[in-house]
Design a protein around this ligand. Structure first.
Ligand code: NAD
Length: 443
């Protein structure tokens, strides 16, 4: 089938490559000329495992191409996906101006007698589909035939390619049988369960899903505070409750809290949506509060143990908001570095993939960037682990101890085993896990 995707970011580009991989002809559209130029020159502007190969293979096969022209995309495709940003506004509500602009641009190039399905893949508030349909109708030429569909995306950055190639489910929110049939045909090669709903329900599924996942993270983080206060071990508690199939072990890892470009904004959006509808979802405010408190608790441990942060040399491992991505948007690691810098510490950080974006966006001026985890730790009085990259777990701990000026580690992602760390001679603090001396019952 002939498809186009407007917005070639984490969602649009990976979706486009995966659609091409299963045999569709895909045009990826973006209004960022630098991005289009890079993609046309064979350079992939984001890091996602497996993406580069996928793009090169499908470009060579003639199934994937890039353009800055929405008219080109709309003209050559029966189905047009929208995957542009839906950022938060100051009050938490969603800025839908990118979606509206694309809807108007599509309307401007639709031709009478040419049926098109406009699919919203961006994460949008319930009832946005109606607005998109109204907008296209208002700005389109008379006689344009189109349907609007909601098809929320559930990929996780860091494993976006496998998530898209083997999704748990596909959600299709549609009004018309014709559009539903086309959407089913697009997704047939993925052999995943397809859930067909009305448009409002499909839109709501996305915000409800992300809010629930964030709630799970905040739940275990709240439990981790109780573990810290009582000497229990949050990992054992998570294993114990996660073994119950009704609960599940995923998203029960205590740590510095959630960040990234989706969870914080989607939870804020769901709160704003529910307020707007007159049914405030106050539970989600507590999810946000716990998330912020978790970071504060971590920084308090750091201050308690290091005493004064001013002029201390602190190493930070991890800047991306999670492992296996270069995405630093709303990363907790970046916030932690910013806080340390604000308090006058000298920070040297290392991240396997996120440092180019840190340089590009200049988010933490004053933070030095090192070439390796050990180089970052050289001479440091403390090391913070802010993102749980596998590369960090593989560092030689004796070398690390030798490199540091004082061997104090604050592990915000519970990457290491406390007993091992204390055996090597580190002053080691993690989240919700007792230090060896505090272990109530040894393994
Ligand atoms: P992104 O910022 O990585 O990509 C968006 C792209 O859209 C950019 O390349 C930008 O240049 C382009 N763009 C903006 N306006 C445009 C226009 N008028 N015409 C053409 N291109 C335009 O964003 P993303 O992370 O891919 O997120 C896109 C949407 O998908 C958001 O609603 C997000 O909430 C949702 N989502 C994201 C993820 C994720 O993990 N990143 C997962 C699921 C859903």
């Amino acid at each position: 089938m002939d498809l186009s995707i407007i917005g070639s970011g984490y969602v649009g580009l990976v979706s486009g490559a995966c659609f091409a991989e299963v045999g569709h002809n895909v045009i990826c559209v973006d209004n960022d000329q630098r991005k289009v130029d890079a993609l046309q020159a064979g350079k992939v502007p984001i890091y996602e495992p497996g993406l580069e190969d996928l793009i090169h293979r499908n470009v060579s096969a003639g199934r994937l191409r890039f353009t800055n022209s929405i008219a080109d995309g709309v003209d050559h495709s029966e189905v047009i996906f929208i995957a542009v940003p839906t950022p938060p506004q100051a009050d938490g509500s969603v800025d839908l101006s990118y979606i509206e602009r694309v809807a108007r641009e599509i309307a401007g190039v639709l031709k009478p007698g040419q049926y098109r399905v406009v699919v919203d893949k961006s994460t949008v508030p319930v009832k946005t589909g109606d607005k998109v349909a109204e907008t296209i109708k208002r700005y389109g030429a008379a006689g344009c035939e189109f349907d609007v569909v909601s098809n929320p995306e559930f990929l996780r950055e860091g494993c976006a390619v496998p998530d898209l190639m083997k999704p748990d489910r596909i959600v299709i929110g549609a009004k018309s049988d014709r559009a539903t049939a086309l959407m089913k045909k697009i997704y047939e090669p993925f052999m995943a369960p397809i859930l067909v709903t009305d448009i409002n329900s499909a839109e709501l599924i996305k915000h409800a899903a992300n809010s629930f996942l964030a709630l799970k993270i905040s739940y275990i983080n709240a439990v981790s505070a109780i573990c810290d206060a009582s000497g229990a071990d949050v990992e054992k508690v998570a294993d114990g409750i996660g073994a119950d199939k009704r609960i599940g072990r995923n998203f029960l890892n205590a740590g510095l809290g959630y960040g990234g470009s989706c969870f914080p904004k989607d939870i804020a959006a769901f709160i704003a949506i529910s307020d707007d509808l007159g049914v405030p979802f106050t539970l989600l405010k507590e999810v946000q509060r716990i998330n912020a408190a978790q970071r504060e608790r971590f920084l308090k441990t750091l201050r308690d143990d290091l005493w004064i942060l001013r002029d201390k040399h602190i190493a930070v491992w991890g800047l991306a908001f999670k492992p296996d991505t270069d995405d630093i948007r709303s990363s907790v690691a970046i916030d932690v570095v910013a806080e340390l810098l604000k308090e006058g510490a000298h920070v040297t950080a290392y991240d396997p993939k996120g440092m180019d974006k840190v340089r590009e966006f200049k988010l933490i001026p004053g933070c030095k960037l090192a070439d390796s985890p050990l180089a970052a730790a050289e001479g440091a009085e403390a090391l913070i682990i802010a993102t749980e990259w596998k590369e960090f777990a593989a560092v030689d701990l004796h070398e690390l101890k030798r490199a540091m000026r004082s061997p104090m580690i604050f592990d915000g992602r519970n990457l290491f085993n406390p007993e091992t760390m204390e055996h090597v001679g580190f002053h080691y603090r993690s989240i919700g896990r007792p230090r060896t001396g505090e272990v109530v019952q040894k393994k």
